[in-house]
Ligand binder design. Structure first.
Ligand code: LER
Ligand code: MN
Length: 272
């Protein structure tokens, strides 16, 4: 069964970006539960930012699951990536993500590697950078598997990474490097920019999809842009996708209305 989730950014020093709820754990969990979401996806400063027992209590109280945890704070706050030219920075990136994997795994939730993948730098070599990424994903994928969760790797649009931008190239990379512990994130916003045909890509590479980010063509909540969602939902159902469709969208026009629009769109496409 495809499940709904909504994102919550708990980093006080951030105030902009594609997250629906912001800063307040208690209030956001209550709103998510009241609207009928199945889970929440968290964006925190680190894997030790939240007390896990406290979070478990709060989730249980509201009947919510932890859908996934983002690792982007490693890049945004500390400038870490898995493909940095400096081995010390790569090591710190690995440690940061490993800690996040351990945290999420306590809840059965996978960690997502999006911006932490980095880029091939103008001075860098493409194949060498791919090798660094493969090495990082291999080690972290094994760590995730030892904790009983997959690791999620996210192809991003070309303005955010020059590594892998499509499900096809991401899937080929996983296969070539034997990264069987790693699943792909199908972010509908990135896909709208990069894929020739979203539903065809989902059908073709669906075996690798482990998480979905639910946003319209303009990163607003689904329904506020021009993505044709019906065939995408059909494709996800057809491949037997059974993970989360998680709203990583701008809090437009405000967090509450964005959450309401998201759950309305989720029900329209996945509970009809
Ligand atoms: C992360 O999930 C993502 O989609 C990126 O665009 C954020 O930088
Ligand atoms: Mn995303």
């Amino acid at each position: 069964m495809i499940r709904s989730a909504v994102t919550l950014n708990l980093i006080e020093s951030m105030s902009q970006g594609p997250w629906i709820f912001w800063h307040n754990l208690e209030e956001s969990l209550k709103k998510a539960a009241d609207l009928g979401f199945d889970g929440v996806e968290l964006f925190t400063r680190s894997g030790t930012d939240l007390d896990a027992n406290h979070l478990q209590d709060r989730l249980d109280q509201h009947g919510l699951q932890l859908a996934a945890v983002g690792t982007g704070a490693g890049k945004v706050l500390h400038g870490l990536t898995l493909t940095d030219a400096n081995p010390e920075i790569r090591q710190k990136a690995m440690a940061f993500i490993a800690e996040m994997i351990t945290f999420g795994a306590r809840f059965g939730a996978p960690a997502i590697i999006g911006s932490m993948q980095g880029n091939v730098l103008p001075s860098g070599n493409r194949e060498d950078t791919f090798a660094l990424l493969a090495e990082g994903l291999k080690t972290l994928g094994n760590h995730a598997a030892s904790k009983g969760v997959p690791l999620i790797y996210e192809p991003l649009n070309r303005y955010e990474t020059n590594l892998f931008n499509t499900l096809e190239s991401g899937s080929g990379f996983l296969e070539k490097n034997g990264l069987s512990q790693v699943k792909l994130l199908a972010d509908l916003f990135h896909m709208n920019i990069e894929e020739d045909n979203l539903s065809e890509s989902i059908r073709k590479f669906g075996k690798d999809i482990g998480h979905v980010h639910f946003a319209d063509s303009n990163r607003k909540p689904m329904g506020f842009g021009h993505t044709e969602m019906a065939p995408i939902a059909e494709a996800l159902k057809e491949i037997g996708y059974a993970g989360y469709v998680s709203a990583e969208a701008f809090p437009f026009p405000n967090p509450d209305a964005a959450a309401e629009q998201t759950i309305k769109a989720f029900r329209e496409y996945f509970r009809n």
